[in-house]
Design a protein around this ligand. Structure first.
Ligand SMILES: *[C@@H]1O[C@H](CO)[C@@H](O)[C@H](O)[C@H]1NC(C)=O
Ligand SMILES: *[C@@H]1O[C@H](CO)[C@@H](O)[C@H](O)[C@H]1NC(C)=O
Ligand SMILES: *[C@@H]1O[C@H](CO)[C@@H](O)[C@H](O)[C@H]1NC(C)=O
Ligand SMILES: *[C@@H]1O[C@H](CO)[C@@H](O)[C@H](O)[C@H]1NC(C)=O
Length: 371
């Protein structure tokens, strides 16, 4: 994204245009909402004193990049971290870290956060990861509370937010997983898709009305390729699996969600033509990693095998999960797609981030129109 100096001097005649565009591509700040795919440390702060033992506060979480746990659910950086670094920003701090410098943005994402409220799940006897509401609207409320620190008047906020990047998600994965883990059927989980999509749409519209012009809305993973689900919902019937070893029926959850999400994003883009609203794909890159792992540098024999876990067919053992005492990690996380049974490795997130920034995994790519 940065123009190298010799190139800059060589094409001196393009100086004016280049500088104008170069200014455009640098955002004022980045605001992130979401769940474990984006949380840089909010969950561990909420969980202190609530959970007796929080795996995310323990190595080997964080081992690759930070050398210590940060609350990120991976061995290293997440997609949002790579986006911040592409902008030459510091890593965007978690909202719940008091005394942090929010001048380049704030990250409101919380591990386990669903799109829908705690009430929605309690009414259905579905229990969350924490007895605390961390859903999308709660995160938007945090954003509202913080706003006076960022800008004072409607107009100054519009101006400020128009030059910020908003990453809204991924949301939905936890809504469906919480249902499945509580024994609900796939069709019940899928019945939440319309209300999940509508909740994401309302959040995006709220940001657009406050002046946002750059919004990225990520979709879901291929649900049936998640090693935790492959372990819990293992089937003896070979016909239940596709040629990648994923559970076909479960994959339809992520697929149907993403289809509806893309439609919603297209409608929103029509309604707000002055804004740039990108659909960002987690589904297709994960499928590609599983189809052709070597092409992406994933040299592990079976790309569904996870790096950090206590044994079992996918190395995911619900009784010995990553971060628990004595549970080992592989020595080469770079060679693995999946870190702990649900979250990806830093290596996988890096490839996805590049695909969101420059293509082909975001529509349109975050940096498109700025070169
Ligand atoms: C906050 O961060 C910005 C940009 O990273 C920096 O310019 C500024 O000096 C920092 N402020 C404080 C109080 O550290
Ligand atoms: C939730 O659980 C309670 C107590 O077991 C039961 O009475 C109720 O019918 C359940 N509700 C739903 C929606 O499953
Ligand atoms: C908000 O207003 C106060 C007083 O008018 C000013 O000192 C402060 O810098 C403003 N904050 C922002 C973020 O513009
Ligand atoms: C986990 O522990 C439970 C209860 O102790 C046991 O029934 C189950 O078989 C264990 N699962 C695995 C995969 O070891």
């Amino acid at each position: 994204m940065t123009i190298s100096l010799p190139c800059f001097l060589l094409f001196a005649s393009l100086l004016v245009i280049t500088r104008a565009h170069n200014t455009d591509q640098n955002f004022n700040a980045i605001f992130s909402f979401g769940n474990s795919l984006a949380d840089p440390g909010n969950f561990i702060r909420l969980a202190r004193g609530v959970l007796p033992y929080d795996v995310f506060e323990h190595l080997p979480y964080g081992v690759t990049y930070f050398g210590q746990p940060t609350g990120r659910a991976s061995d290293g950086r997440l997609v949002i971290d790579f986006i911040a670094q592409d902008q030459d920003f510091p890593l965007i701090p978690p909202y719940l870290s008091q005394g942090q410098n929010f001048s380049k943005g704030v990250n409101f994402a919380v591990i386990g956060a669903p799109a829908l409220s705690l009430d929605f799940f309690q009414q259905r006897n579905i229990t969350g990861f924490l007895p605390v509401d961390t859903s999308l609207n709660v995160q938007l409320g945090w954003f509202e509370q913080l706003k006076p620190l960022l800008c004072n008047t409607t107009q100054s906020c519009q101006d400020y937010f128009s030059k910020c990047l908003f990453v809204l998600g991924e949301f939905g994965g936890n809504d469906y997983n919480l249902a499945l883990f509580s024994g609900k059927s796939v069709s019940e989980a899928k019945s939440y898709i319309p209300v999940v999509i509508d909740t994401i749409r309302q959040a995006a519209e709220s940001l657009l009305k406050q002046g946002a012009l750059h919004i990225v809305i990520p979709g879901n993973f291929p649900t049936g390729c998640i090693p935790i689900l492959l372990t819990i919902f293992a089937s003896k019937n070979k016909l239940d699996y596709d040629n990648l070893g994923c559970l076909k029926e479960y994959n339809t959850i992520g697929f149907d969600h993403d289809t509806k999400l893309k439609e919603m994003v297209a409608q929103l883009q029509n309604t707000y033509p002055q804004a740039k609203i990108s659909y960002a794909d987690y589904y297709e890159p994960v499928i590609q990693f599983l189809q052709n792992p070597m092409k992406f540098g994933f040299t592990v024999n079976d790309p569904l095998q996870i790096c950090c876990g206590g044994g079992g067919p996918y190395n995911y053992n619900p009784n010995a999960t990553c971060g628990q005492p004595g549970v080992p990690a592989c020595s080469n996380p770079l060679s693995y797609v999946n870190w702990d049974g649900i979250h990806l490795t830093e290596a996988a997130y890096r490839i996805i981030a590049t695909g969101w920034l420059k293509g082909p995994y975001a529509y349109p790519p975050i940096l498109s129109g700025y070169h």
